[in-house]
Design a protein around this ligand. Structure first.
Ligand SMILES: C[S@@+](CC[C@H](N)C(=O)[O-])C[C@H]1O[C@@H](n2cnc3c(N)ncnc32)[C@H](O)[C@@H]1O
Length: 335
């Protein structure tokens, strides 16, 4: 544990000595008694019976999948440290965490602020029950409850800060409503991490951290069936064909993807059997191969992607941390 914390400090991920103390005090292995690793052979469990593989991974700066069906994970400690420090806590704040998962982040917050100041919600009852018993074993008793985090948790509010550890594509107004004036929200938005301060009942202003973050999406939003259908159609469908301006590799560039996800959060880009396809819940689809894009389903989804990407290039590929925005509505709608 000490080695990991020293590395996080040496590499500049932990800069605040109070968070260094918290990371040194909370044993991650109590919260990650096992994790799942996938390779060509399938998925395997790594736990205390796996020799030193388990402990050495738990005390490494890596993200660990903690449920076999990949519905929860323990975030990489460096990313956790960056997000926790972005809260800029002085020590007496009340904090709401969205996405209890293993309970490790709730334990770090409890260590830093005291358990009575921390509320953590997860949509998954099994995970909340496990997290509660692990928190208890580690000596922390934050309020950990089963709830859909999109609604915040008004019963225990108001809060000075909200930190989310699952991906959204907008900031829910409920969080703002449960936040004290000037309170802070740190949340994954698309493929970035936004830090915003409440500036009005339905408004927050802020910026993005200069880090990439690929969190699990919030789970109350089931993938619309139409997306699955559109993928099948995209692979084989007949549509309008033209030469593409940009190929699908723009979705593999962290900074380019940040903009694409932010401006078109509903679009899913993927490779299926070596073919790049892009679909949207309205049923529109595109398939890219051999210099051509074929589009159909009612909308020209790749036209929209190319337009946004072209604007971003024309603006000089602005980095996420150099980009401000002025209201939570704009995050979703504007480039
Ligand atoms: C990356 S994990 C959280 C990691 C956690 N903070 C930790 O320290 O282990 C994301 C979590 O978000 C939870 N989640 C997904 N959708 C949610 C929702 N609508 N409300 C609350 N939690 C949700 C998942 O069940 C999952 O446990």
């Amino acid at each position: 544990m000490d080695k990991l914390v020293s590395e996080l400090v040496a590499n500049g991920y932990i800069t605040d000595p109070r968070w260094q103390a918290a990371f040194s005090a909370v044993p991650r292995h109590l919260f990650v008694p096992r994790f799942y690793r996938g390779d060509e052979q399938g998925t395997s469990i790594v736990d205390s019976t796996s020799g030193d593989q388990w402990l050495s991974a738990v005390y490494s700066d890596i993200h660990l999948v903690t449920t076999e069906d990949v519905r929860s994970s323990s975030t990489a400690p460096s990313l956790m440290a960056g997000m926790l420090q972005a809260l800029e806590l002085s020590g007496d704040e009340r904090v709401l965490e969205i996405g209890t998962g293993t309970g490790y982040n709730a334990a770090l917050l409890s260590e830093r602020l005291g358990s009575g100041q921390v509320v953590s919600v997860d949509i998954d009852p099994e995970l909340v029950a496990q997290a509660r018993s692990r928190l208890d074993a580690a000596g922390y008793r934050p309020l950990a409850v089963v709830a859909d985090g999109v609604n915040g948790y008004p019963d225990a509010g108001p809060y000075d800060a909200v930190i989310a550890t699952c991906r959204l594509d907008y900031v829910p107004v409920a969080w703002l409503q449960q936040l004290q004036p000037g309170g802070v929200i740190v949340t994954p938005l698309g493929a970035g991490v936004a830090v915003v301060r409440k500036s009005g009942p339905r408004e927050a202003t802020g910026e993005f951290l200069p880090i990439s973050a690929y969190f699990m999406p919030m789970r109350h939003q089931p993938e619309p069936a139409v997306v699955g259908d559109a993928i099948q159609v995209a692979l084989n469908g007949i549509g309008d064909s033209r030469e593409y301006r940009f190929d699908a590799s723009i979705y593999r560039d962290d900074e380019a993807r940040f903009w694409l996800d932010l401006t078109n959060p509903d679009i899913r880009a993927m490779t299926v059997g070596g073919v790049s396809v892009v679909v949207r819940p309205d049923g529109s689809w595109a398939r890219l191969a051999d210099g051509l894009v074929v589009q159909g389903g009612g909308g020209a989804v790749w036209d929209d992607v190319e337009a946004v990407h072209g604007e971003w290039l024309a603006a000089g590929r602005p980095a996420r941390e150099h980009t401000g925005w002025c209201s939570v509505r704009l995050v979703r709608r504007s480039f």
